[in-house]
Design a protein. Structure first.
Length: 319
């Protein structure tokens, strides 16, 4: 087996299958890394890693020809869109962190939109109504905030809420360890789901940043939602299916004082289809909806590409 230092001296060949890649990406100067376009690839056997965006990118090549392939890297954080048969045959990893701060910013924006009832005021003022004194807002200052997941998005979100609103932060994650940089940010770490259920009624805001896996699919169901405050704010900026679609819709329909800020969904339009879910969320007054575009700021796509390339080298060094 090669030592870490020996592996770091290897030359890694990376093939990018993502569409619309700017020319500068192929000219990045990274020690021991060579980046290939598909149309200039001569020997698939030499490729160590492939970078993709969508699962359909994989169909551009015959993976069986890549006998030296060690890694498939998605420029997205999640890999739930990659077919299971591919995951069984190859090591598939997401790209973590490049736009996490923008997603955390979006989580804050959705939280504020709910807390300050921005949609209600916008819609009623368009009708000529002026609810200046007869509608109370919620405040995020000194609120109790539960953040599910503590990857880059969760960490940025915790920092924003703590520094801005002096929120009392609880993290739900697999392990109890917290980096020393976050000791003053995080108040409590919960690793046991049953324990979490017991304390759910105390939280003002619940923010999901968990990835979608077999373990997290519909983790937030009626059992979870039924324990929340009547006026809880629920934010989802990770994957829609971590929260049961049916149970979320029914909860919001029967809890008019609760509010949900949702950036991620259960069904995505194809070929210019209209946006439509299995349940009519668009009929609810207590949901703020955005089209899975939390990270979409100028340069976000380039951030994803660049980070994925650098992370591929790190990932291969660790094999």
């Amino acid at each position: 087996m090669c030592s870490i230092s020996q592996r770091r001296n290897n030359l890694y060949n990376i093939l990018i299958l993502v569409d619309n890649v700017p020319a500068w990406v192929y000219n990045l100067s990274i020690d021991n890394v060579k980046i290939f376009k598909l149309d200039e690839l001569k020997n698939p056997n030499d490729i160590d890693a492939i970078i993709i965006f969508h699962a359909r990118d994989i169909k551009k090549v015959n993976l069986k020809a890549f006998t030296g392939l060690k890694l498939i890297k998605t420029i997205t954080a999640g890999t739930d869109h990659i077919p299971d048969d591919i995951k069984k045959k190859y090591r598939v990893l997401g790209t973590h962190g490049p736009n996490a701060k923008y997603i955390a910013e979006h989580a804050l924006s959705l939280s504020l939109a709910c807390a300050r009832r921005l949609l209600f005021h916008t819609n009623t003022m368009k009708k000529g109504e002026f609810h200046q004194q007869d509608t109370y807002h919620r405040t995020l200052f000194n609120s109790k905030v539960l953040i599910m997941g503590f990857g880059p998005i969760g960490r940025y979100t915790a920092g924003i809420f703590k520094r801005t609103f002096n929120a009392n932060i609880t993290i739900f994650k697999k392990t109890p360890e917290i980096h020393h940089m976050f000791k003053k940010v995080v108040g409590t770490v919960i690793t046991n789901f049953e324990e979490l259920l017991h304390i759910l009624p105390s939280y003002d805001v619940v923010i999901n940043t968990l990835p979608l896996t077999k373990q997290t699919h519909s983790l937030v169901s009626h059992r979870f939602l039924s324990k929340l405050k009547e006026d809880v704010i629920i934010i989802n900026v990770s994957r829609g299916k971590v929260i049961s679609e049916k149970d979320l819709f029914n909860f919001l329909k029967t809890h008019k004082n609760a509010c949900c800020g949702n950036d991620v969904w259960y069904r995505y339009p194809k070929n210019n289809e209209p946006f439509k879910q299995d349940f009519p969320f668009e009929e609810l007054d207590n949901i703020v909806m955005t089209p899975h575009n939390a990270p979409v700021v100028k340069g976000y796509f380039h951030n994803m590409l660049k980070a994925s390339i650098y992370q591929v080298k790190r990932d291969l060094n660790r094999l």
